[in-house]
Design a protein around this ligand. Structure first.
Ligand code: NAP
Length: 322
């Protein structure tokens, strides 16, 4: 079957290891089933994998892709939850120390078919297209947990989202606005800031700009490039919710400011199957839809990877099977 996979790991030139070619059909395992993929969305995770972060050489070649929507063996339209747990694990799936995401230990979703534990399938509502549904399991689920579970941000609070047009950033903006949260955004260009406003941000600022007032919480996936600004932008008692470190993970820690202003730093990763179910329902009930900047046939996946590497995202990039 046709697949997009990591053939070689190259930390500095991730696209050099990207391959689009035939791979064997997924392996049958006890309690697993096979989904025919209709749409799969790209995440920064896929670039990390090509750089060897979360993917080790001896697992190559590895089919990339965490997110998918498709049709299961019985003909049901489904969304795939990407967190694969140890079979003995009970409780919050994101806390399982042996968890992995599709494409880390087991082949991912950028293929005609993907094998997943049956438990990882959720029904795709007819209101969402396959393309929209394929955006939810990683970037959108991560944003949902950052805002509502880990951040516990109430309606009326003001948050700052670092980054305007990434997958998680656009999800934070759209979901935050839908929940009555006042969303401020930083974006690296005029065009990116304009897009954030279109998606429902209340105000958009240049990266690192001084804000009109301090905020209740910051949502940060950028890491090193924005950390100092995130810490400086918080009210006393405020919180930073962090789920990524795209630009590096070793900024000065600003410890004095953190203890003196009693700030909280909260880590967040992916989301549970239940949270994905609630996110799907929220999208249907509130008419919320993922921002998709490009839909490409899987054969042209390299173009999507290159756009993300350039920082040219504008929302989610989706691959389909023509
Ligand atoms: N912990 C988890 O479970 C989890 C889940 C999802 C994602 N993540 C992580 O979160 C990060 C974002 O993921 P994504 O899929 O949303 O990625 P993406 O679509 O490539 O978005 C990258 C974001 O980073 C922002 N950014 C700001 N300064 C940047 C700089 N100097 N260089 C590059 N980007 C910069 C971009 O802002 P502009 O709009 O200004 O370009 C954009 O919003 C990744 O590191 C990813 O691994 C973690």
């Amino acid at each position: 079957m046709l697949a997009v996979y990591a053939g070689v790991i190259d930390r500095d030139d991730p696209l050099s290891g990207l391959r689009i070619d035939d791979r064997p059909e997924p392996e049958a395992r006890d309690g697993w089933t096979t989904v025919t993929v209709k749409a799969a969305s790209l995440n920064h995770h896929d670039l990390w994998s090509l750089r060897g972060v979360g993917l080790v050489e001896d697992r190559l070649p590895m089919i990339l892709g965490c997110d998918a929507a498709g049709v299961d063996a019985e003909g049901n339209e489904v969304i795939v939850h990407s967190v694969i747990n140890d079979p003995s694990w009970r409780g919050d799936e994101t806390l399982d120390p042996r968890r992995s995401l599709l494409s880390e230990r087991y082949p991912g979703t950028f293929a005609e078919r993907v094998a997943v534990p049956r438990w990882n399938l959720l029904p795709k509502p007819p209101e969402l297209s396959f393309e929209q549904a394929s955006c939810l399991p990683t970037a959108w689920l991560t944003a949902y947990r950052m805002l509502f579970t880990r951040g516990a941000i109430p309606p009326g609070a003001t948050i700052l989202v670092q980054g305007a047009t990434g997958g998680v950033a656009t999800a934070l903006t759209v979901l935050g606005a839908a929940a009555g949260i006042r969303v401020w955004v930083t974006g690296r260009s005029e065009e990116k800031r304009a897009q954030a406003l279109e998606l429902g941000a209340d105000q958009a600022f240049e990266a690192g700009a001084r804000l009109p007032e301090r905020v209740d919480a910051v949502m940060d996936t950028t890491g090193q490039a924005t950390w100092a600004h995130s810490v400086r932008s918080l009210k006393p008692g405020g919180k930073i919710v962090i789920s990524g470190a795209t630009t590096g993970d070793a900024p000065p820690a600003d410890l004095t400011r953190i203890f003196f202003l009693q700030l909280s730093v909260i880590g967040s990763t992916m989301g549970t199957r239940d949270e994905l179910g609630r996110l799907i329902r929220l999208c249907v009930d509130k008419g919320v839809r993922p921002a998709i900047s490009a839909t490409l046939p899987l054969t042209e996946a390299r173009e999507g990877f290159a756009a993300m590497l350039r920082g040219d995202t504008g929302g989610k990039i989706v691959f389909t099977h023509s």
